[in-house]
Design a binder for this molecule. Structure first.
Ligand SMILES: NC(=O)C1=CN([C@@H]2O[C@H](COP(=O)(O)OP(=O)(O)OC[C@H]3O[C@@H](n4cnc5c(N)ncnc54)[C@H](OP(=O)(O)O)[C@@H]3O)[C@@H](O)[C@H]2O)C=CC1
Ligand SMILES: O=C(CO)COP(=O)(O)O
Length: 331
């Protein structure tokens, strides 16, 4: 079947390759003609996914929105989260009524605090039963190298989730399906904030104990927030929760981890942004998590500490001290 991927970044291109390997015809859409030409003429995305030397022949690309989505049974969205609402508005009248829309994005909209399922459905005028979220421990470079990986595909509509799962199952990429869209969205977005903190601790020279402390306290924080927002707590101990936390907080392939590591090594936010090879979604999402915690009455010490790093430039030691500012509590 024809599948359109909106956003020819590292992850959109990688998922395009997965779905091409699963037997589909992929049309990538992007705004940068240089990237589109590279995919069409060289079967490469040298700018965003340089590690892949040859993309499948069944992947083509266009800057033409209508051409991209016309006749597509599935439209996949892999645009930087803060740009999604505006970018999708131009597709509202173009996506056909039976098309299933899949979000790969892991972030909260900073200006509204909304999840990507909310942003996508609002921007496209989509009913929830046509929306599917895909999230898991999926560092793009490893998936692009066809290393074994698994992911979670969630929708209120299990038929839609199964259709997307079938469209991306390959010998190296294994999808699981779930009902819990809210849980999946919070897992993917909130683990990026934790990865910033773990990266920062690593960059400052701290070892396994500090990383484990941040990961487990981060998991407790994102589970409490997700539960308060209506997610299934089991999602947080699965692939999209603990699984993605392990992958993202443990790898320099993660842009969020690397952004944090650069802060820990002494860069300021502007320098770390300049050095980042792609979007570090945790940066704008941190403020949204702090606001969400206040709204839901859930304490978010880790997100609050990271917000002080990003807004006030506090050091790693100060960030760690902030976590324990309330004194000794029950775990
Ligand atoms: N990389 C990974 O390992 C994974 C990433 N994700 C998530 O997927 C999403 C995309 O990430 P990824 O592809 O890696 O990021 P990249 O930084 O590589 O790409 C971001 C994409 O967003 C596009 N974009 C940005 N602003 C606009 C705009 N105003 N209009 C249209 N397109 C725009 C960029 O276009 P351009 O290239 O022209 O600038 C680019 O295609 C993120 O939410 C990320 O958290 C999820 C799992 C794994
Ligand atoms: O979500 C990811 C891995 O699952 C990728 O993380 P980064 O966006 O930090 O690179």
């Amino acid at each position: 079947m024809k599948i359109a991927v909106l956003g020819a970044g590292a992850w959109g291109t990688t998922v395009g390759q997965v779905m091409a390997d699963a037997g589909n015809d992929i049309v990538m859409w992007g705004i940068e003609p240089v990237i589109i030409d590279d995919i069409n003429h060289n079967h490469r995305n040298t700018k965003r996914l340089p590690s892949v030397e040859q993309l499948p022949a069944s992947m083509t690309a266009t800057t033409d929105r209508k051409q991209a989505v016309t006749g597509a049974e599935i439209v996949v969205i892999a645009i930087a989260a803060q740009a999604a609402r505006e970018a999708l508005a131009a597709f509202r009248e173009l996506i056909e009524p039976q098309t299933i829309v899949v979000s790969l994005m892991k972030g909260l909209e900073r200006s509204t605090g909304k999840r990507m399922d909310e942003v996508v459905c609002e921007a496209l005028g989509l009913d929830a039963d046509r929306f599917v979220a895909l999230s898991g421990p999926n560092l793009s470079k490893e998936v692009a190298a066809r290393e074994p990986s698994a992911t979670v595909i969630a929708s209120a509509n299990q038929e839609a989730a199964m259709k997307v799962a079938q469209a991306c199952v390959t010998p190296y990429f294994h999808p699981f399906v779930s009902h819990d869209v809210i849980g999946l969205e919070y897992c993917g977005s909130l683990k990026n904030v934790v990865a910033l903190a773990v990266g920062m601790a690593r960059g400052a020279g701290f070892g396994e104990n500090t990383a484990a402390m941040l990961e487990t306290r981060g998991l407790a924080e994102l589970t409490a927030l997700g539960e308060a927002a209506g997610a299934d707590p089991r999602t947080f101990s699965g692939l999209a929760g603990v699984g993605d936390l392990i992958a993202t907080c443990g790898s320099p392939l993660s842009r969020n981890y690397t952004f944090g590591a650069n802060l820990g090594r002494g860069m300021n936010v502007a320098q770390a942004t300049q050095a980042s090879n792609g979007v570090a979604e945790g940066v704008p999402t941190t403020a949204a998590v702090v606001a969400l915690g206040k709204r839901l009455g859930v304490e978010t010490p880790l997100a609050c500490a990271m917000a002080k790093v990003l807004d006030e430039g506090i050091s790693c030691e100060q960030m760690l001290a902030e976590l324990f500012a309330t004194g000794i509590t029950v775990e």
